[in-house]
Design a binder for this molecule. Sequence first.
Ligand SMILES: Nc1ncnc2c1ncn2[C@@H]1O[C@H](COP(=O)(O)OP(=O)(O)OP(=O)(O)O)[C@@H](O)[C@H]1O
Ligand SMILES: [Mg+2]
Length: 279
Amino acid sequence: MPLIAFTSPKGGVGKSTLAAHVAAILHRRGHAVLALDLDPQNALRLHLGMPIDAEQGFLSRLALPQAHAHAPQSWTADVVATPSGVDLLPFGATDPRRATELASRLAADPELLAAPVRDMLGRRGLILVVDTPPGPNAALEALLPVMDLACLVLLADAGSAALLPMVANGHVFGRGTLAARFADRVGVVLNQVRPGQRLSEAVMDSTLRSLGDRLLGAVCADEALAEALAQKRMLLDGGAGAGEDLQLLADQITMRLRLPPPGNVVDTGYKAFSEWGLR
Ligand SMILES: Nc1ncnc2c1ncn2[C@@H]1O[C@H](COP(=O)(O)OP(=O)(O)OP(=O)(O)O)[C@@H](O)[C@H]1O
Ligand SMILES: [Mg+2]
C-alpha cells in the first residue's frame, strides 16, 4: 500500500507537524496507518503524543553493526502504539556519531532500509506516512523507488519561492530520467500561509501559476497548530484555520493516491506480482 513522505529541502517548515496530523487524520477516518520517522531528531513521536523518555526506535537499531541487512520482517518488533492511535516506528534515541554512521551504511546499502519498508508496503490496507530530515539524505534516497507521493513542504516566503523553479522543472530529486520519474510523484504543500499578507499571497499565486495541480494543499499559519506540540494535543476536528486545511490536505492525498475507502481494500494489482514479491 502507499508510501507518503513529508520532505523538504528546508528545515523547520512543518514536515513533522503535517506528517503527524495527516497520519492521525487518516487513522481517524478508519485507515490502518503506520508512521515512520527517518529523522535523528526523533520528534515525530512527540507530535503523536509519546513521552519524551521513550527511547525505542527502528532507524537507531538499523545503525547497530549487528542489524541484519536483509531481515525484512524485523521492523514489527519496533512498532509502538501512540496515544494518537497511529502506530509508529520512531527513529529512537541516537547521538551524532551513530546518526552519521547510519547515513554511511544506508548510502552503501540502501536495502538495509528498503527491504523492511517493502515488507511494510506489502501489508494490505496499510498506509505508510514517513517523516524525513531536511535536505537530501540517505534514508529518503533509499526509499525513492517505493515512494508513491512526496509532500514537499515549503513556506509562503521568498526563500521557498526561489525553490519553485526546481520543482517545476522536475529536478527535486536530481537530474536524469529516473530522478524525473520520482519528481512526477511530488506534490507541494505551502505551510504557514498568512491570508491577506502581501508576500504570502504573492507566493501562493506564483505557486499556483507555476505548479498548477501539483500544489497539493495550503495550511494557514495558526497559533493553535503551533501550540499543539506544547499542549500534547492534535488539531484533528477540522474547524476554522489550520484544522480545516489539514482535513483538506488529507482529502487531496486520498484523491491523489486513489485510496480505497477504509475496510474496502480492493486489490487493483496484478495477482502474480504479489506472488513474485512485487507490488
Ligand atoms: N501551520 C502552522 N502554523 C503555525 N505554526 C506551525 C505551523 N506548522 C508548523 N508550525 C510550527 O513550526 C515549527 C516547525 O515545525 P516542524 O518541527 O513540524 O518542522 P520540520 O520541518 O519538521 O522541522 P525540522 O526540519 O527541524 O524537522 C514548530 O514549532 C511548529 O509548531
Ligand atoms: Mg521535523
